[in-house]
Write a protein that binds this ligand. Structure first.
Ligand SMILES: [Zn+2]
Length: 125
């Protein structure tokens, strides 16, 4: 069961929800070292949190405050870095080599672009 389903079934403050998060954390821990070793730039986040009423989509802090992790040598480790939500899309475009996008980019988040060769894409229209 995924984290969202666990939250809808059992609520934010439940052993089921917390254990589902722990299970996902354990699964990620199996893959992250290999991805880091391979030079991948990794972003881990969620599109929303969960409230105690087993739902989301509102304005409660527990629904809006989500994890956001950037792992890789292209990202800064400065604790003062605070990318805006509106800069995530443009920053991912930059990492993927997508040219021609008009999305704002977090200049504080990335310290360089990936060195590995990657196909370049251009946004048209
Ligand atoms: Zn949901």
């Amino acid at each position: 069961m995924n984290i969202d389903n666990a939250g809808h079934k059992s609520g934010l403050d439940s052993a089921h929800y917390r254990n589902t998060v722990r299970q996902s954390d354990g699964e990620l821990s199996k893959y992250l070292p290999g991805w880091i070793e391979a030079g991948y730039q990794i972003m881990i986040t969620s599109d929303h949190g969960m409230n105690a009423d087993k739902s989301h989509g509102g304005i409660l802090p527990e629904e809006l405050d989500i994890p956001l992790f950037f792992i890789g040598d292209c990202f800064t480790h400065q604790s003062s870095c605070a990318p805006k939500q509106t800069e995530i899309c443009g920053s991912v475009c930059e990492l993927l080599g997508i040219n021609g996008h008009a999305k704002p980019v977090s200049e504080n988040l990335m310290i360089k672009l990936p060195l590995v060769a990657k196909p370049s894409m251009t946004v048209v229209g």
